[in-house]
Design a binder for this molecule. Structure first.
Ligand code: CMC
Length: 420
């Protein structure tokens, strides 16, 4: 017999269907609730709403568990190149060596930007934010590749992933007034990105292996995080049958905010501010606790993790190892570690289960590679694009998908008329 639960509303009893996920999470199926009871559920920010069934990513926020397609994050991060984990997310399994080779080749062959789009770049002001450039350029792709309704979706997928990194690197080159550098077929996804950022026609940039590996790690840690703000946006936009390009572009816009992907840029700005203020980190911990201040400790807290974010744990270890290997010394790392220690022992943070999240250490690592602060959220986008694509495909193939259309509880004035 199918399991149900009971709801008693205004003295009347209703049976509501219940189902279980593969990790024993319980879902209460309220799709018919409004028809049978006349009531809506109320859940601002969708903190307790399952908007879909998904087989991509599993998170247990209380235990600090994160798995992609069943694989614990610890078994993938630092052990595979980013492109292979991107393949896993999109196609459901890690590629065979032949598939991995072909996938990497396709990603590079598809990383050359349409010349018409390259011309587009010249119209952005020099100081344009690279997130604005990335989302606009990806939104512009259906104009340059107009066959988006009929073309094999796999071609569109490699085009979006392949070109996004070129657009990202070009946006940086534009901001510093240097010529664009094109990708090379013998470079991996991450090596190509770093080379396009730092090589010039006058001087080749030999990508340090340690930076290539660090970028692989960073992008893998960012690749998916189930129904977060940007992924839900991609699904929502795609549910109207909008094409993959514009759905991904909408995800980039959603990611930009400082409460989401923009937090990595905000963390670095915060650490720099504390550094300039004599490294007085304790003052800022106190400020973050004040109810009348809008200052928050950026890079702390998470809607889902009520334990140490496993991505932050992996990153912290990597930062220490890479800094030791490269002989890097950054006073901001010292401030970050001090902030973390104070916050983790402070009653305010303990009570609210506020731990460092992925954005707390990612910026320090990007900075060590020479990546400017404004590019941090762009890097987050590059990591997240395969995750968005995996969700877009899953949503499109799910027979339960309907156009996303939440309801509301109206609290405005009752019917009234203007004075005549
Ligand atoms: N510093 C100080 N207090 C905080 C912080 C923080 N970073 N985060 C949450 N709180 C407090 C908040 O004031 C509230 O206190 P009270 O119960 O007394 O009103 C309590 O903790 C719960 O916070 P919330 O805002 O209701 O929690 P949320 O789940 O709505 O927000 C969050 C989650 C990530 C937006 C929030 O923790 C935050 O603003 N963090 C800083 C920004 C940040 O690092 N964002 C990156 C998130 S990870 C990357 C990603 O997935 O995008």
């Amino acid at each position: 017999m199918t399991e149900t639960c009971k709801l008693i509303l205004r003295g009347k009893e209703y049976e509501i269907p219940v189902f279980e996920g593969t990790e024993k999470e319980i879902g209460i199926d309220i799709r018919k609730l409004r028809d049978t009871t006349g009531a809506l559920t109320y859940d601002p920010g969708y903190g307790n709403t399952g908007s879909c069934k998904s087989g991509i990513t599993y998170i247990d926020g209380d235990k600090g568990i994160l798995r992609y397609r069943g694989y614990p994050i610890e078994s993938l991060a630092g052990k595979f190149p980013f492109s292979q984990v991107a393949y896993l997310l999109i196609y459901g399994d890690l590629p065979t060596p032949e598939q991995a080779k072909e996938w990497r080749r396709q990603l590079t062959l598809n990383s050359f930007i349409h010349q018409g789009m390259v011309n587009f770049f010249s119209f952005f002001p020099l100081d344009a934010h690279p997130m604005s450039i990335l989302s606009s350029m990806i939104a512009a792709m259906p104009s340059f590749y107009p066959n988006y309704e009929k073309e094999d979706i796999n071609n569109i997928i490699v085009r979006v992933i392949g070109q996004a990194k070129t657009i990202a690197a070009f946006s940086y080159k534009k901001s510093i007034g240097e010529p664009y550098i094109y990708p090379k077929t013998d470079h991996s996804y991450c090596a190509n990105f770093l080379r396009m950022m730092f090589a010039s026609p006058a001087e080749e940039y030999v990508v340090p292996k340690v930076f290539e590996k660090a970028l692989d790690l960073l992008l893998i840690l960012h690749v998916d995080h189930e129904q977060n703000c940007s992924t839900s946006t991609v699904r929502m936009v795609g549910s109207s049958m909008a094409n993959l390009y514009v759905s991904v572009s909408a995800g980039i816009s959603a990611l930009w905010g400082r409460l989401h992907g923009g937090a990595n840029e905000a963390v670095l700005n915060m650490l720099e501010m504390i550094y300039k203020d004599g490294a007085n980190y304790k003052k800022y911990v106190e400020l973050a606790k004040k109810k009348d201040s809008d200052f928050r400790l950026m890079g702390f807290g998470h809607r889902v993790y009520k334990n140490y974010d496993p991505r932050a744990k992996l990153l912290k270890g990597a930062v220490d190892a890479i800094f030791a290997e490269m002989g890097i010394n950054d006073p901001l790392l010292e401030i970050a570690k001090n902030l973390e220690e104070v916050a983790l022992n402070d009653e305010y943070f303990i009570e609210r289960k506020l731990y460092p999240n992925i954005d707390f250490y990612s910026g320090i690592l990007y900075r060590a590679m020479g990546i400017p602060t404004q590019m941090f959220t762009v890097l987050f986008s590059l990591g997240r694009i395969p995750g968005w694509i995996a969700h877009w495909l899953e949503m499109r193939n799910d027979p339960d998908t309907r156009i996303h259309r939440p309801r509301q509880i109206y609290t405005g004035p009752n019917e009234r008329y203007p004075h005549t």
